[in-house]
Design a protein around this ligand. Structure first.
Ligand code: SF4
Length: 727
């Protein structure tokens, strides 16, 4: 029996002629899978496989990792630097000296005319940690603009902000190993099987060995929600209300760990007074989860010997993102579930090295979680780098989401983008497009020259890709892992590290300072800076060889330590000055754009398993692209019937910002008053999104805005759709 394959050719897996396997770490998501790249006789990477002995993925990879060898020579790779006088002129191929001289000269001209902060720099979560460190050294120590940020503001800023407010420092306190010990898990706004398939596989494996309640909080019936014991279909943007209410029940019913609170937490009285108002009856009216379910979940969580929470963008991408993170931390603090096996508050990070930029890039401060606001930190780094401490600003500058409005108002005149594509990733893309037109000078540094933002660039710098270079990534559970270079950078492209160090030489100050020769030397500098009493982010015991040998090491890993540290705060001592965690008291304030008569549907967005970010990579990999080649919209079948809309027809979506044409997929995964669109496609969901900002993290609320649905001529729509997606 051929199971439907009668008369079809059998699947043949061809021998790819692999003669050698080289160690690396997957360059896509923050799961941090160890990967081996298969090389053929000609030294060409032809395939990949998971590393069996690696603790993270234990031999497995998802579709993106399995097809990663195909990205080295995919279409759109940039192979030579390019310059042009004016935007939209034809590009001129050039050499590196010309491109870097022009970049430095324009930055200097603009800074001289408009001030140091008139040049803005936005980087990424995808280059090597050593490259982040070196970029930070260049920006903070040489160029000197304070308007420097990473695109991680679009995905992780609320987690960072929430950790800092609750625990006194960034740094996810738990690990994947916690799945093997927990007795109850709540996932907030996370579709783990599609976003982080290998982390989900680790969870599933733990569940197969030992059953425990799995609760998923999400407005949409995601794949994760379908696998859960309980699904709480929350009203978008109201997580804080649910979390305050869970805490209310736990305190009222005497289920809190009062010893832990007394020993390790501050601000209990104010916190308890605030959550007094969040009884389940009142909360249910706002968050849409009935009072019995709230009570039931609170009891399950508090009565478990160990309970853990995980979350991703459903929490972070909200006007209450930072508060939501603090409220998750509160839940774990009042139940004594921080720093113990199976008890944690674990933010699942997005990009492969979002953690690396948080730790070492100096975007929000100085390297190694140091703060610009602390004079002793400025002194320390200044003397290590050989910079006048007065050169550092006394507080952080603008975030990515504030940099664009500052370009609009003329405060910022030049922009350098490193491996990020705001034309697709920022909310309200029509406004972003207009903003780019105001720049006097724009540099795009990226592995791909067809990245949409190059349309507005004056200089294009081709960066090397992932395993064309050497360095480390830190994953969601603080594990530092290594990527070895398996091939030379394509054409005349160069590693980001090389670009940063060469650019530094174009300034007098850069010539005076000592920049590392290679990434391993940069890593040694970072190790020196990481040492010190009470320094949590200590990597001083690591080396490249040891990292590879152990398939990644979790920090802190001090000199002389044999094993990495799976958990933080194991003694109940935190990073606030008093050594305690702060229970944050946070009332809910309704401030989202909500469905109304003119725009009656919630617009939600998220990821699909085949694609990564703005598809610069996965959009060119056949096996990734063929499963999701075109933007689509999930719509409830009852709502579709009511509007006379058919499954697999095109519609036009309209918001207060703009419009987009999408293909309809009717499904019960979304409620009657909601539609869902994947976030990966250019000129699609972000033409519609509003992106109000969280006041603490400045992260946009991508997932809470409203739209209406209009009929459109099908032939015209199909043509527009093909034109818009053409690379
Ligand atoms: Fe790569 Fe993430 Fe897939 Fe692992 S789960 S193979 S790190 S994309």
């Amino acid at each position: 029996m051929l199971f439907g394959r009668k008369n079809k050719n059998p699947i043949i897996i061809r021998d790819k002629g692999v003669v050698d396997w080289k160690y690396s770490t997957c360059g896509y998501c923050s799961t941090g899978c160890s990967i081996e790249i298969g090389m053929n006789e000609e030294g060409v990477p032809v395939t990949t496989r998971g590393v069996g002995g690696a603790d993270v993925n234990r031999g497995k990879l998802c579709i993106k990792g399995l097809t990663e060898a195909q990205i080295f020579d995919s279409v759109g790779r940039g192979t030579t630097p390019k310059v042009r006088e004016k935007r939209f002129d034809n590009w001129q191929d050039t050499n590196w000296d010309t491109a870097l001289d022009k970049t430095a000269a324009e930055f200097k001209r603009i800074q001289e005319k408009y001030g140091r902060d008139s040049v803005a720099i936005v980087s990424t979560g995808q280059i090597m940690t050593e490259e982040f460190y070196t970029l930070g050294k260049l920006v903070r120590g040489v160029i000197g603009t304070n308007n420097y940020d990473g695109n991680t503001t679009l995905c992780m800023a609320s987690a960072v902000s929430g950790y800092k407010r609750s625990f006194g420092s960034d740094g996810p306190p738990g690990c994947y190993g916690d799945f093997e010990h927990t007795e109850c898990l709540i996932a907030f706004g996370s579709n783990l099987p599609e976003q982080h398939p290998i982390i989900y596989w680790r969870l599933k494996e733990a569940l197969e060995k030992r059953k425990f309640p799995l609760i998923v909080v999400d407005p949409r019936v995601t794949m994760f929600a379908q696998f859960a014991d309980m699904h709480l279909p929350i009203t978008p943007g109201t997580d804080l209300v649910l979390l305050n209410s869970l805490a209310h029940v736990i305190l009222k019913e005497g289920l809190a760990d009062m010893d832990y609170i007394a020993r390790s937490c501050s601000n209990y009285e104010k916190f308890a007074a605030t959550i007094e108002d969040y009884d389940p009856v009142s909360a249910a009216k706002i968050c849409g989860i009935d009072e019995d379910t709230i009570r039931n979940v609170a009891r399950l969580y508090a009565n478990a010997n160990a309970a853990m929470s995980i979350w991703t963008m459903g929490i972070n991408q909200s006007t209450h993102g930072s508060d939501g993170v603090c409220a998750i931390n509160n839940l774990n603090l009042i139940t004594g579930n921080i720093g113990k096996p199976g008890g944690t508050s674990l933010s699942i990070t997005g990009q492969n090295n979002a953690m690396g930029t948080r730790e070492w890039s100096s975007t929000s401060g100085l390297p190694g979680y140091r703060l610009l606001e602390k004079p002793e930190h400025r002194e320390e780094v200044a003397s290590f780098w050989g910079v006048d401490p007065e050169f550092f600003p006394p507080k952080r500058g603008l975030t990515e989401t504030d940099i664009f409005p500052a370009i609009e108002t003329g405060q910022i005149k030049a922009l350098w983008l490193v491996a990020t594509n705001p034309m697709t990733s920022m909310p309200n893309s029509a406004r972003i497009r207009k903003t780019f037109e105001k720049l006097e000078f724009c540099v795009v540094q990226d592995c791909y020259q067809d990245v949409e933002t190059t349309q507005y660039a004056n200089v294009y710098l081709p960066g090397a890709l992932w395993a064309e270079k050497q360095g480390c990534f830190t994953n969601t559970e603080r594990r530092v892992n290594l990527t070895r270079p398996v091939v030379k950078p394509i054409g005349d492209s160069k590693s980001d590290f090389w670009i940063f160090t060469q650019l530094a030489k174009r300034w007098e100050q850069g010539l005076k300072m000592s920049f590392p020769e290679d990434t391993e030397q940069a890593f040694e500098e970072m190790k020196q800076l990481s040492k010190g009493e009470n320094r949590m982010l200590d990597i001083s015991g690591m080396s490249y060889d040891l990292i590879e040998q152990k398939r990644g090491i979790q920090w802190p890993f001090r000199e002389g330590q044999d094993e990495g540290s799976p958990r933080l705060y194991t003694e109940g001592v935190f990073q606030h000055a008093d050594g305690k965690a702060k229970l944050m008291d946070m009332p809910y304030i309704e401030n989202n754009e909500r469905p109304c008569e003119d725009f009656p549907f919630w617009l939600n967005s998220g990821r699909v398993v085949e694609h990564f970010h703005t598809r610069t990579k996965t959009g060119k990999v056949g096996n990734c692209n063929k499963f999701s080649p075109t933007p689509y919209m999930e719509m409830n079948p009852d709502a579709a019937t009511e509007l006379g809309i058919k499954h697999m027809s095109y519609v036009r979506l309209v918001s207060r910002r703009g419009d987009a044409v999408v293909l309809v997929q009717t499904t019960q995964r979304v409620a009657r008053d909601m539609v869902f669109i994947p976030m990966h496609y250019h000129d699609c969901v972000n033409r519609l999104s509003l992106g109000l900002l969280d006041p603490h993290s400045r992260q946009p609320a991508f997932k809470q805005s409203s739209v209406r649905i209009e009929h459109i001529d099908q032939k015209e729509a199909a043509r527009m759709n093909v034109d818009m997606r053409a690379f």
